[in-house]
Design a protein around this ligand. Sequence first.
Ligand code: G6P
Ligand code: MN
Length: 451
Amino acid sequence: MRLTVLGGGGFRVPLVHRALLDDAGGSPAHDGVRCTELVLYDTDRARLDAIGAVLAHQREHHTGPAPALRATTDLDEALRGADFVFSAIRVGGLAGRVRDERIPLAEGVLGQETVGAGGVLYGLRTVPVAVRIAERIAALAPDAWVIDFTNPAGMVTEAMGRVFRERGLPDRVIGICDSPVGLCRRAARALGVDPDRAGYDYVGLNHLGWLRRLTVDGVDRLPELLADTAALESFEEGRLFGADWLRTLGALPNEYLHYYYFNREALASVRSAAATRGEFLLDQQSRFYERARPDDPAQAHREWERTRREREETYMAESREASGGWERDGCDLEGGGYDRVALALMRAIARGERTTLILNVPGRGAVPGMDGDAVVEVPCLVDAAGAHPLATGPVAPDQLGLMLTLKAVERSTIEAARDGSRRAALRALALHPLVDSVRVAERILDAAGGF
Ligand code: G6P
Ligand code: MN
């Protein structure tokens, strides 16, 4: 089975490769459905070489079978014959991320990779590229499953899926994120429950969701967790939001909701920081790609691991600062979120191993109040036929209201990106709940250019 990674020179690719190596052994019965070929596609040869060295080190220290590896800068060549396509690209690179942050911040509103005006600007830039890629997949590998890590993931998944549906092809695009599973596992651990034994009632859009129930043997244990301040404030979301607000909500929000519920504090913290997240990463990642020596796998791997660790330690630093200043837990620094979801999804489809995962797919009626084509982030039953969203039951009005508003923002962004419509782009920015004036939206759009 062949897996193609778009954005193959990306920094997190070694995590996926590591997971593939760990999965390469096991029962011979799985030989036909295990990843035997890995194709890395990137627009940047130097990045492929640097990451290639990190992978070479991982392979030197691995015993047992490993997938054959190939790197290319030719998209069509990468796609032909692919069974799975992981899309993890960053259109405009980290320099683009900095602009998405700085342009809104100059107007006094949040600029962030996926949230607020920054997320809309990122979407406007990314959707056209994602759509072109979907068109090439539809032409060259129409049976492939597409696993989308590319942010803003909800929007990009919906835009890519539409390309297949418009051509009468089955929509095999599935968006993934590590935030929901991270939240669920942290909540279970805080209860002293084995995360793999619990059931999670989670609903939302990507980076905008809530864990509403956590069941063990049919019993909802979330009320118990909400009542226990110490347990609640022992993990990330409890510290971010505070026990009182979580009890008031009666649910555990995704970490990205900190930008909504504590917008003023988050914004103040982002504005007072010397560098934005994008600026920090632009500097940190450029140094890694400059220093990693393609001819010295051990050195490249050392640099990568050090850089990865530092990236994890500084994740969401402004939000942690805004909620009292605290360090991330050791177990949240190991990685193994993003790659684990991707691998679990691929295995479930390729091997027909039924499992439940929180994924981004068209809701098809699973979420009352959202139209069926809208991509939502909900628990899905995954089997050889794909990801089937499970019915969520009614969604609280405040949550559904936010979901509907953000879905309108996402769809206006997609429309603008596809048709070049300034009106749609302005609608997307101005309707975003974290943009506080139409005038602000206009100036942000003008500063970003392109419309
Ligand atoms: C989480 C989110 C991703 C996001 C990433 C940003 O993993 O789920 O969607 O891209 O954080 O992390 P970074 O280190 O780039 O700030
Ligand atoms: Mn995400």
